[in-house]
Design a protein around this ligand. Structure first.
Ligand code: NAD
Ligand code: DAU
Length: 341
């Protein structure tokens, strides 16, 4: 039997990986991709599957109730990736768009699902950043309190709460995932790994914040997407699932930067120390992933192999990232990091 999936934000980094996974590997799945094509949404991310008879695209906003109502009709799964996703934009610009899309937008998709596809399974794609700055040696599980630090993560926490309230109040079949930092192909080069890789390949400075002592738990995007598919199939309704690599030992940003420079064959002199650019900068993220691992999930690739693979992709695909690093991107970059950076 065919499974009909409404994916929102499927032209972004993670959503497009999920769409490619569904079309390439799941022959019984049909995908409707709703994306507003903000600066982060790129139709080229899904061009490999755009010709499939099982794929359709709709250009639009998740806050548009009538549009979402039409698209959700008949869906078996609804997967909400659409969001404003970059922490530095949420702290350096007005955060209204983050609240609007990440909270109100999630609510609209939930409400339209409740009304027009009440039997659908709804997966709210969330982030480990909602747990806030995690003191060593803590690994928050899904019951841990939420302490979001940035307007971005506060808005994502809001969406988690609204989604879980829809499960409790309306009996909607909701799952919330909370994943650690993703990396891989097609990631918009504002995030640390694609920014550092593309700058290194272009012999430009790598702006390393606050001494590079901060820790993130980097996970390859394909591993995240396989975890989401597993949750849609086998996750328990009304539950939250953490997803993460559990790097051991943990990898501070300065060590990750050294790995990137080595994989690019570039010198450490490219590192440019930057202080105070991310107000409220969280020191460490980490999560307890026992719950999803009990369903049979584990990451397939370790970090050094993943970085080598990712650098190889950006080396090959200058046609993808060079056009992005002009126009709106250049303006954002110079405003954030200063002109001449
Ligand atoms: P992204 O910024 O690359 O993509 C976001 C996509 O959403 C874009 O295609 C954009 O056009 C679309 N979008 C934005 N506003 C929209 C709106 N109002 N209506 C319709 N579409 C809209 O983000 P990403 O890194 O792929 O993250 C996807 C999701 O995963 C987000 O919800 C994010 O919070 C979550 N997440 C990201 C990470 C990470 O490391 N990147 C980790 C955990 C969770
Ligand atoms: O943890 C999951 C989250 O990971 C997602 O919810 C977010 O959408 C995603 O953007 C990511 O958030 P981070 O803020 O952790 O990712 P980012 O790549 O922006 O930063 C990673 C670390 O690198 C962080 O400690 C800040 C640092 N950094 C970042 C940039 C952009 C730098 O040192 N220099 C930089 O230029």
């Amino acid at each position: 039997m065919t499974t009909r999936v409404l994916v929102t934000g499927g032209c972004g980094f993670i959503g497009s990986c999920f769409v490619r996974l569904l079309i390439d590997e799941e022959s019984d799945v049909e995908v409707m991709n709703l994306d507003a094509l903000t600066y982060a949404g790129n139709p080229r991310n899904v061009e490999a599957v755009a010709g499939s008879p099982r794929y359709r695209f709709e250009h639009g906003d998740i806050r548009d109730e009538a549009l979402v109502a039409r698209l959700v009709e008949g869906a078996d799964w609804v997967v909400n990736f659409a969001a404003e996703s970059h922490v530095d934009r949420s702290t350096s610009e007005r955060a209204g768009e983050f609240i609007e899309t990440n909270v109100l937008g999630a609510y609209v998709v939930l409400e339209m699902t409740r009304r027009h596809a009440p039997g659908a399974r709804f997966l709210q794609v969330g982030t480990d950043e909602v747990y806030g700055d995690v003191a060593w040696p803590g690994f928050p599980d899904e019951q841990a309190p939420l302490h979001p630090s940035s307007p971005y993560s506060a808005a994502k926490a809001g969406a988690d709460h609204v989604a879980l309230a829809f499960a409790r109040t309306h009996g909607l079949d909701v799952i919330v995932s909370r994943c650690t930092n993703n990396y891989g192909a097609y990631q918009y080069p504002e995030k640390m790994i694609p920014l550092f890789v593309t700058n290194a390949l272009a012999d430009e400075p790598l702006p390393l914040y606050d001494g590079g002592t901060q820790v993130r738990d980097w996970l390859r995007v394909e591993d995240h997407c396989r975890a989401l598919l597993l949750l849609l199939r086998r996750g328990a309704s009304g539950e939250v699932y953490n997803i993460g690599a559990n790097q051991d030992p943990e990898v501070p940003n300065k060590d990750l930067t050294a790995m990137i420079l080595e994989a690019c064959g570039k010198p450490a002199s490219l590192i440019r120390p930057v202080e105070g650019l991310r107000p409220g900068h969280d020191q460490r993220y980490a999560v307890d992933t026992a719950k999803i691992r009990a369903l049979g999930w584990s990451p397939r690739l370790d970090l050094s192999d993943g970085i080598a693979e990712t650098v190889a992709w950006y080396r090959e695909r200058r046609d993808w990232w060079e056009p992005i690093k002009s126009g709106e991107y250049r303006k954002f970059y110079e405003e954030l990091y200063g002109s001449g950076s």
